[in-house]
Write a protein that binds this ligand. Structure first.
Ligand code: NAD
Length: 480
């Protein structure tokens, strides 16, 4: 059993809630286990983070950046150990696991580089007689909680830890119960690379008890949460009891618009990657495709040809492009969304079921699935589809595409493919989403702020903006 990471060492749970087994989604085998945490473990982890905070805050920002940079290098060096572990517990293809490890390291490095630019401001002449001046101070919040989902266990943790730690905060992190192992190992590696004890603590346990206790804990100043929209609403409610700051990165149903002037081959490639990366289990993923009627058939034909080449199978085999879905329940949800669309008049163009054969018997595999004529009021159109299934919609013009795209409670990402600059800029302005990619693959950049509109989130990660979300701003007036 792998213990929690608290105060710079591996520890057992203080409660007696037993252990949580971590299974391999590709074959059901046991990957490892962790203690099932309780509220007592939350208290212990928060105490360690609280004790570490004054020292970490006093550490110069330059030194904090250096420490984070050393951690980033250590994580990169451990990629051959971390990536197979991530694939085993999460299910993703090994190449994508490696990409995630490097993405995590890159985010640490990015914020390490920003350390020396942390600063406040000054106002030399306030409106006062006699003259006075003002200072704007920035300071860390204190102990922050990070709660993350299972689809990108490490990189989504990095989005919170990197800006938060460099700004001088300390953390208690809770990964999803089904993907704790890579994160626990990464915490030990960061610690060995010089992160002082107590700056990063990792505990595991059910969201409803351990996660909720983190959100309600009086000594936690902020919750950085990534997960589903319904759970995010609960986090906001729990955090309200002590008026904690929250950052919420929630669900999405990203539209992907293809206009008649688009480079169809490039759009098709981006669509395939954007939908089927990580088995379709990504928040920012192509989830509804709107294609102009003049190029609809060409786009469809080329997309289907590409989808037919996507190999499904265990993520440990580097030739496979779509691994096992993370849970049997998640697969069933996608199957129900597809069945609902078909019952309501949709046409199946590809996939629609589970692959057959011994290799797939014990895993949560699902074939890449494409549909058309999906009703706009069906589950596939209205809910988040968290798996490898994609509806295609035919549209007459950009107005219709934008109207349909915005007809969603979500507003996370969006894309448009066109050679018409005016159309591209109109879409960028009107699409209700935190990101719009123009003729570009839907990929996150550390340099750019990212946060959902509408029910896709609150606040931002990445960019300078993420630093703001991990600092308090205070005004000081200088009298005589
Ligand atoms: P989830 O909401 O079920 O769980 C996320 C985390 O919250 C887990 O660690 C879970 O244990 C914890 N949790 C559950 N109940 C809680 C509670 N009452 N209080 C506090 N914490 C609680 O999400 P999931 O199924 O693990 O992940 C998939 C979802 O995450 C999808 O909706 C996806 O779109 C979203 N997501 C969003 C982003 C983004 O950046 N916007 C990124 C990745 C995933």
């Amino acid at each position: 059993m792998t213990g929690f990471w608290i105060d710079g060492r591996e520890v057992d749970s203080l409660g007696n809630a037993g252990e949580t087994q971590v299974g391999n989604p590709a074959n059901g085998s046991l990957v490892g286990s962790v203690p099932t945490g309780t509220a007592r473990d939350v208290d212990a982890a928060v105490e360690a983070a609280r004790d570490a905070f004054p020292g970490w805050w006093e550490t110069s920002a330059a030194k904090r950046g250096e420490t984070l940079f050393a951690g980033s290098e250590a994580i990169k060096s451990a990629v051959n150990e971390l990536a197979p572990l991530l694939t085993a517990e999460q299910g993703k293809p090994i190449g994508e696991a490696r990409m995630e490890i490097f993405r995590f390291a890159h985010t640490l490095e990015h914020y390490a580089g920003m350390a020396k630019n942390l600063r406040g401001g000054s106002v030399p002449n306030l409106d006062s007689d006699p003259p006075r001046s003002g200072l704007i101070l920035k300071r860390p919040l204190g102990v922050c909680a990070a709660i993350t989902p299972w689809n990108f266990p490490l990189s989504l943790a990095g989005n919170k830890l990197a800006p938060g730690i460099v700004a001088g905060n300390t953390f208690v992190l809770k990964p999803a119960s089904t993907t704790p192992l890579t994160v626990l190992r990464a915490a030990a590696i960061l610690s060995a690379a010089g992160l002082p004890k107590g700056v990063l603590n990792v505990i595991c346990g059910p969201g409803g008890s351990v996660g909720a206790a983190m959100c309600e804990h009086p000594d936690v100043a902020k919750v950085g949460f990534t997960g589903s929209t319904p759970v995010g609403k609960g986090v906001m409610r729990s955090a309200a009891s002590t008026v904690k700051r929250v950052t919420l990165e929630l669900g999405g149903s990203d539209p992907f618009i293809v206009m008649d002037s688009a480079d169809i081959d490039r759009a098709v490639s981006a669509c395939s990657v954007g939908r089927f990366f990580n088995g379709g289990q990504a928040c920012l993923a192509v989830k509804r495709v709107f294609v102009h009627e003049a190029v609809y058939e060409e786009f469809k034909e080329k997309l289907l040809a590409k989808v037919a080449r996507l190999r499904v199978g265990p993520g440990s085999n580097s030739k496979n492009r779509i691994g096992a879905l993370h849970t049997a329940g998640g697969r069933q949800e996608v199957e129900e969304q597809v069945a609902d669309a078909l019952q309501n008049g949709a046409t199946l163009l590809a996939g629609g079921g589970r692959p057959q054969g011994d290799e797939y018997e014990k895993g949560n595999f699902l074939l890449p699935t494409v549909l058309e004529n999906v009703p706009y009021d069906s589950k596939m159109s209205c809910e988040e589809v968290f798996g490898p299934a994609l509806p295609l919609f035919k549209i007459r013009d950009l107005d219709e595409a934008i109207r349909r795209a915005n007809d969603s409670e979500f507003g996370l990402g969006s894309s448009i493919w066109t050679r018409d600059l005016e159309q591209a800029m109109l879409a960028a302005q009107r699409l209700e989403a935190g990101y719009t990619w123009i003729n570009s693959i839907s990929k996150i950049y550390d340099e750019l702020p990212f946060g959902g509109f509408k029910q896709s989130g609150l606040g931002q990660e990445h960019g300078m903006e993420a630093l703001e979300h991990y600092q308090l701003t205070k005004s000081v007036v200088l009298g005589h």
